[in-house]
Design a protein around this ligand. Sequence first.
Ligand code: WTA
Length: 710
Amino acid sequence: MRSGASPKRRNTAHQTVGNDPGRVACAELSSWVNAMWLPAKCAAAGRGVWASRLCVLRRSGSNTAAFMPEAAGFGGVSGRAALQDFSLSDGDSFWAAAARHRLSWSRPFRTVRDCDLSRGRIKWFEDGELNVSVNCLDRHVHTCPERVALIWERDERGSEVRYTYRELLEMTCRVGNLLRRRGVKKGDCVTIYMPTCPLAVASMLACARIGAAHNVVFAGFSAEALAERIRDAQSSTVITVNQGVRGGKVTELKKTVDAAVQSCPTVQQVFVAMRTEKPVTMTARDVAMEEEMLKEDVVCEPAAMSSEDILFLLYTSGSTGKPKGLVHTQAGYLLYAALTHRYVFSYQDGDVFGCVADIGWITGHSYTVYGPLANGATTVLFESTPVYPDPGRYWDMVERLKINQFYGAPTAIRLLLRYGDQWVNKYDRSSLKTLGSVGEPINTEAWEWYHRVVGEGRCPVVDTWWQTETGGICIAPKPSEPDAEIVPGMAMRPFFGIKPVLMDAEGKVLTTNNTSGALCMAQPWPGMARTIHNDHQRFIETYFRPYPGYFFTGDGAYRSKEGYYQITGRLDDVINVSGHRIGTAEIEDVVNQCPAVAESAVIGYSHSIKGEAVYAFVVLKKDVNVPEAELSKELKSIVSEKIAKYASPDLIQFVKRLPKTRSGKIMRRVLRKVVESDLDSLGDLSTLDDPTAVQEIIQGHQELLSKGQL
Ligand code: WTA
């Protein structure tokens, strides 16, 4: 049977869709296709359904229903602010309608949510069954098979490749069948170590199709970091490529996997796809991926997954040395990614969506893969860098691919603005409608440049705040009324169903405006992470214990007079280098492994391009005689090798001692003040074990400054 439609499975959800004839007609297309939502501009059957929907909207004459069709069932809710209120006051009705309308279910859910934040219990849409790959592929293939799903913007400029929804489904089915034939079962976890490319997307979707979880590891991570993640995820299967190509440079990804799996006894097979033509040594454990895919059928029966089955793990840094594998599940995550993709970016059917994040991060998961594909969008896979082969790369791509929404990181914007406007103005950016920013605070200068130069002053800039933990965007200027103001450098408004609160130092909710505090969420939402793989206790302690009854984000925020939110930065020992999260403890663990090092303390300091950069204070063992410059070089390369390049310290200051409390705790606050040259606010040093340590550190820091190293 083609296209993965399953005649055996009756889509009982369709029995609840009411009496819209368009819907019923479409429901007959396939038991897996949900007629409740179809993209516009579709060929054949889809057009009929859409036309009938438009009639309904026109008849109702409601702006709100045109904006969000399911709002028609919300009893007269009108306007976006009212929708927001409704999503909080009657979350069950809001999310039930959204879930029925936006997702295709093979079995309807019975309860909307069963959550208790005080216990870290989060469950959405229980008893419902669906398949995420069917939602992202099959239902679009039924209505518009030749619509382009992916545009792969390869590293080599001008060599982009397009894949239609039909082609992506076929590729996914072949990978799904291959995984199944090679023993991957529902509930297994497959590690994917690949650059951003179509086969990586097909691999993620193939896992979803057969019910395996995926664990995508950013291809910039070292063998050791990869091994740690494979072991923690207990993967027996890894998917990689022979080599990666980025910014004109080749990276030996297969070799990195070879090194990693040596310390991963669980790994039984490694699928190797060919990104370049260079052959690599294959062992008995390795499988030539494309060759084997050719032997597979283009139809793959989708597994019926419960809403709360695991969709993926994604490792991220926390405040201890051990990265945490955050767990996202099926229905809630997909719904939240799809809804935020549509409303934050004002995505419209037929738009080309360009999120330039790597698929190894949550942004790549939610806004390169799942959100856009669930909405039937054309999504861009960007394999290159913002400056390769020159600083016009993004805008040349916008012109060539006619990108409508561009979503990138402040660090790249700051880098590009230094090269000057001519690299932007060279290209036609008239296709752009919305510009997005993510991953770190965007400073006003970068925001203004993005808005004025890149967007010619006519595209709204959406500064989106969210995290690996939140699954999708939680605070962003949009959705809002069409003429509502957007303040530069502010994420501003909570998304539907999001209720931010600020807490004071005593854990009390701050109720006034024009105030700052710890950012928490007072209500659960479908996209939030469900647990930390293998460590539910850590999940509870990190996110739910600090403020009982609330989800704690780890960030601080300011709420303006008008009630808008601005993120002020992390409150824990996590830093953000070029938009990439890294725990200072992870870096310290690696630095401390060096035989010459007695101990170390790592902090972030502000950097004009990267946002934050890594500063390491290192105490050497007594008998070490190696020159500091040499040691410094060695420590930097050890961190690159053991974690990733971005985690490598920009500055290393060798000190005799670290400032510590009498109980032995390192006073990082003091180190931060020294590096910020804010000596007036060093605070009370009387609790320090030896206050003279601070004077030495200040002196050493000033020497680095005078040498022009800062
Ligand atoms: C930071 C990335 C300010 C924040 C999607 C958060 C931001 C961490 C913004 C999550 C923003 C993300 N303004 N800070 N718009 N977006 N952050 O898990 O500190 O890689 O906690 O998710 O990035 O990083 P993560």
